[in-house]
Design a protein around this ligand. Structure first.
Ligand SMILES: *[C@@H]1O[C@H](CO)[C@@H](O)[C@H](O)[C@H]1NC(C)=O
Ligand SMILES: *[C@@H]1O[C@H](CO)[C@@H](O)[C@H](O)[C@H]1NC(C)=O
Ligand SMILES: *[C@@H]1O[C@H](CO)[C@@H](O)[C@H](O)[C@H]1NC(C)=O
Ligand SMILES: *[C@@H]1O[C@H](CO)[C@@H](O)[C@H](O)[C@H]1NC(C)=O
Length: 343
């Protein structure tokens, strides 16, 4: 009897030891995750396409990993009157983590009404679903889109556009993640870009999709004579408040502003009116590209390692960050592993 008990005990000890060893291995994996602010494992290449979509010919700027594989698809919506190609650094950084990023050029126009822009962006998404595989095959048959994993990212007014897309689609096209980079919903409460997203009531905007909000403190500040580019009332803070969990909030504490998500070079001219850095924006686009890639890895990629790094090690980001906030947790039921090179 006692011999059996001993034996059984040592079997249990062995099992316990194996579980311990496995969990040590697992946490070793998580600890071994590299910084998302370094470039990802893929080199990337760019495609420039002009295509008829709905009633217009639209310029799509696409960045893909240079590798054989099936990759989740990210639609990127630019800010008000900004060129899609002005986000080269940010978008290339995201694509290097194994994502096909598609940035349509929206119609420039001064309209305060975003109704058309949202409709056009939804048309682009529908076009992507139906045609992107074929469009990419002209470049080579080995890069395939995984259309079961779609994510939306938008900057400034584009941030408002992607949340509106989520609201209007209401699950008719399944979206796995939505990210707003310094999203803006208009001028102030009551004077919102149509159709409004914000309700000014906590936990009321239910997208049933994991969301990330990245904000800048300088976005709500202004140079003399210019209004702020991301006014306090209708900026990232209110998006974070109104959205229903799971939602994460990263805020860039100082130095950088609303337009510092763009590249340096030509794009620098397009943002003199927004308060931001007077130096290079490289650190900001590396931060933004990194946190977006990390969140996408955690949501569509089933790999929380990079995002845990971003949350835990927020003091070692390339820009100074406030303590990240969150409501709820990311769901753990995503089932697709983004194939990373070294796995
Ligand atoms: C915005 O534009 C849409 C489409 O043209 C129109 O139906 C709507 O009435 C406009 N809204 C406002 C407040 O101007
Ligand atoms: C969204 O879809 C659900 C069913 O999936 C429906 O009950 C709800 O009314 C829809 N909401 C809107 C605003 O259309
Ligand atoms: C959000 O919407 C989903 C789907 O319609 C629903 O299941 C869920 O209960 C809603 N969440 C809240 C907090 O209202
Ligand atoms: C935080 O950074 C350190 C140093 O780079 C790293 O060893 C650690 O694993 C990181 N933490 C997380 C949760 O990734």
């Amino acid at each position: 009897m006692s011999a059996i008990f001993l034996r059984r005990n040592s079997v249990m000890n062995f099992v316990f030891f194996v579980i311990l060893a496995l969990s040590a291995l697992r946490s070793g994996d998580a600890d071994g995750c590299t910084s998302p602010y370094d470039n990802g494992p893929y080199t990337v290449e760019k495609l420039y396409l002009n295509l008829p979509i709905a009633q217009s010919v639209r310029f799509l700027w696409i960045v893909v990993p240079t590798a054989e594989g099936k990759f989740p698809v990210v639609q990127f919506q630019h800010g008000f009157q900004v060129r899609n190609t002005c986000y080269n650094q940010l978008i290339s950084h995201v694509a290097s983590y194994g994502f096909i990023v598609i940035a349509p050029q929206m119609d420039s126009g001064l309209s305060f009404n975003a109704t058309h822009e949202i409709r056009d962006a939804i048309d682009v998404l529908k076009w992507i679903q139906a045609n992107i595989e074929c469009a990419l095959s002209v470049r080579g048959p080995e890069i395939k889109p995984d259309l079961s994993k779609l994510a939306l990212v938008g900057h400034s007014r584009g941030g408002k556009v992607v949340f509106s897309m989520g609201i209007q689609l209401n699950g008719t096209i399944p979206i796995s993640a939505i990210i707003g980079l310094d999203p803006v919903d208009g001028d102030r409460q009551g004077i919102q870009t149509n159709p409004p997203v914000l309700t000014f009531k906590e936990n009321t905007v239910n997208l049933t999709v994991p969301t990330l909000i990245v904000g800048t403190r300088r976005g709500s500040k202004n140079w003399p004579l210019f209004p702020p580019c991301a006014p306090e009332d209708v900026n990232h803070n209110e998006f974070y408040k109104d959205l229903i969990e799971p939602v994460y909030h990263f805020v860039v504490g100082k130095e950088y502003g609303h337009m510092d998500f763009l590249d340096d070079a030509v794009c620098k001219l397009r943002s003199f009116e927004c308060m931001g850095t007077v130096g290079s924006r490289a650190r900001m686009s590396r931060f933004a590209g990194g946190v977006v890639a990390a969140f996408l890895q955690a949501t569509v990629g089933n790999n929380p390692c990079y995002f845990n790094y971003a949350l835990t090690n927020y003091t070692s980001a390339p820009v100074s960050l406030e303590v990240p906030e969150q409501k709820g947790e990311l769901p753990h039921n995503h089932n697709l592993q983004v194939p990373l090179k070294d796995e």
